[in-house]
Design a protein around this ligand. Structure first.
Ligand code: ZN
Length: 214
């Protein structure tokens, strides 16, 4: 696939699930792409990035088996866990990612396309962890590392030129992280994402120093 340069609005939505932001995030554009384009592109670019990362360390990246959009309560279950509305998750059983596309499209509408480019790399972060770690289990540390991976993925894509940011977006990204309240979202496990400050620091570490710093 030929890389296309895309303008990316870095609205931070890792924490937006249910907790909301006190500040108004960037929301001026979704670029010329449709929501579906952005979702597809975020997946493609993220997997291309990790394929390369794995190659560089002599490993073989295993692509996710499925990428499942759902609406409301109609999502696929993960083991005994039913999918819930307003969520995106990685399921190690079956090695797939699923997301409530109605929820994600509303974030895309409200906050810009950056939302998709943060949530999807975060979920891929879990797919990476499942390949690198024996005994993969969600907990605060794992969530924070996925935030770090998302930051590292995003900055790598920006640096490689396949994604583009507008001036000030990176500052805004970190500011909106700061503005986020305590997380009460329920991305699979409501209590396991860390505080807003922790998540901000993790995302920023990845964004600044790359995924190897995660
Ligand atoms: Zn997560």
């Amino acid at each position: 696939m030929k890389p296309v340069k895309r303008i990316l609005v870095l609205a931070l939505v890792l924490l937006v699930g249910a907790c909301g932001l006190t500040g108004r995030p960037s929301m001026d554009t979704q670029g010329a792409d449709s929501f579906e384009d952005d979702v597809r592109t975020a997946r493609t670019l993220t997997e291309a990035f990790w394929t390369q990362q794995f190659q560089q360390s002599g490993r073989t990246y295993r692509p996710i088996a499925d990428f499942v959009p759902y609406s409301g309560n109609s999502g696929p279950s993960c083991g005994n866990e039913p999918a819930v509305p307003n969520n995106a998750f990685y399921c190690p059983i079956g090695h797939f990612i699923a997301f409530d596309q109605t929820w994600m499209e509303s974030l895309w509408n409200e906050m810009g396309d950056g939302s998709v480019y943060v949530i999807i790399p975060h979920e891929f972060g879990h797919a990476i962890q499942a390949q690198l770690q024996t005994n993969f289990q969600l907990n605060v540390q794992i969530e924070l590392q996925a935030d770090c991976y998302a930051g590292g993925t995003l900055s790598a894509l920006v640096r490689s030129g396949v994604l583009d940011t507008e001036a000030g977006d990176e500052d805004e990204l970190l500011l909106s992280l700061e503005a986020a309240g305590d997380p009460t979202d329920d991305w699979l496990n409501p209590s396991a994402h860390g505080t807003a400050g922790q998540r901000q620091a993790s995302f920023a570490t990845g964004y600044r120093d790359g995924v190897n710093a995660c």
